[in-house]
Design a protein around this ligand. Structure first.
Ligand SMILES: [Fe+2]
Ligand SMILES: [Fe+2]
Length: 289
């Protein structure tokens, strides 16, 4: 549910970023957005009663801002967003009340193979867009850094589903590999957020710059560490990410309440907040919140 929603929104950000000359890319992004929306709706419908409470409480699937951010983004872009999926997600129950039977297993298998097809198509589209942008044949309001960033996120999702399909479970990646991936993602959020803020938002720009520098330092530190000596660095990463998540939550509130001047779509503000919530959960930092 986390990744399907992320992919649906990447498609929307791409779709919303083109001018009339980019119409064919816009249409393709719209096609993926609709497919992911349909996919997410089905994933949510079969998930009720099968979810880990920790995931439900983490704020990675939906946040208190998601519904409002969707409605505003829909008005601002003219792209229809099915908010009934978000409403259904807010009502999902956790625990293991549902019984896992053969029918459920085969439904999940089917969803996973469908996800793999959609992901590889969407990665190809993102790569084609990046190539056209970098050779100056295509204009979009999305930074090339943002496009490279969403390619890496989709590749991680693809690797996750592939592993689940092949082995039936997820091996825990080395802490250093996992933190390096997500610290870079957090650093890039800070970098493109600072670039999308209105130049008059000096304090927010300085704060975003500070986060980008902190994550850069954490990435440099991690290079010197072995996987087994990450404990101290993980503690620093958790502290930094709790602070950064709070900054993102304040940003999502400010943007949905029209108090921040920027080029940031409300749904992008909520999207990066959910990714920070996801990262905090996988860092195992429940005790920090
Ligand atoms: Fe993302
Ligand atoms: Fe991201």
């Amino acid at each position: 549910m986390f990744w399907a929603r992320i992919m649906k929104e990447h498609s929307l950000f791409l779709q919303a970023g083109f001018l009339p000359a980019g119409e064919c890319y816009k249409r393709e992004a719209d096609w993926y957005r609709r497919r992911w929306e349909d996919f997410l709706g089905r994933a949510v419908r079969i998930s009720n009663g099968f979810l880990d409470e920790e995931i439900l409480c983490s704020g990675e699937a939906v946040t208190e801002f998601t519904e409002k951010a969707e409605k505003q983004t829909s008005c601002l872009t003219g792209i229809r967003i099915d908010s009934s999926i978000t409403e259904a997600e807010c009502l999902l129950r956790g625990g293991c009340s549902g019984e896992t039977d053969c029918r459920m297993v085969s439904m999940v298998r089917r969803l996973n193979s469908e996800a793999l097809q959609l992901i590889s198509g969407l990665i190809e589209l993102k790569k084609n867009i990046l190539e056209a942008v970098e050779s100056c044949c295509l204009f979009t309001v999305n930074y090339p850094l943002l496009i490279r960033h969403i390619i890496r996120e989709a590749e991680l999702y693809e690797a996750t589903i592939r592993e689940l399909n092949e082995t039936g479970y997820l091996s825990s990646a080395c802490q250093k590999t996992m933190e390096t991936f997500w610290n870079r993602i957090m650093m890039e959020h800070a970098l493109f957020t600072r670039g999308l803020l209105d130049p008059s938002e000096e304090t927010l720009i300085q704060t975003a710059d500070g986060f980008a520098k902190d994550y850069k330092k954490l990435l440099e530190e991690a290079k010197k560490q072995e996987c087994r000596t990450m404990d101290e660095l993980t503690r620093e990463t958790v502290e930094e990410t709790v602070k950064y998540r709070d900054f993102k939550a304040a940003g999502a509130k400010g943007i949905t309440e029209c108090e921040i001047s920027s080029l940031i779509l409300p749904l992008l503000a909520d999207h990066v907040l959910r990714e920070a919530n996801h990262y905090l959960r996988i860092l195992g930092s429940k005790w920090e919140r």
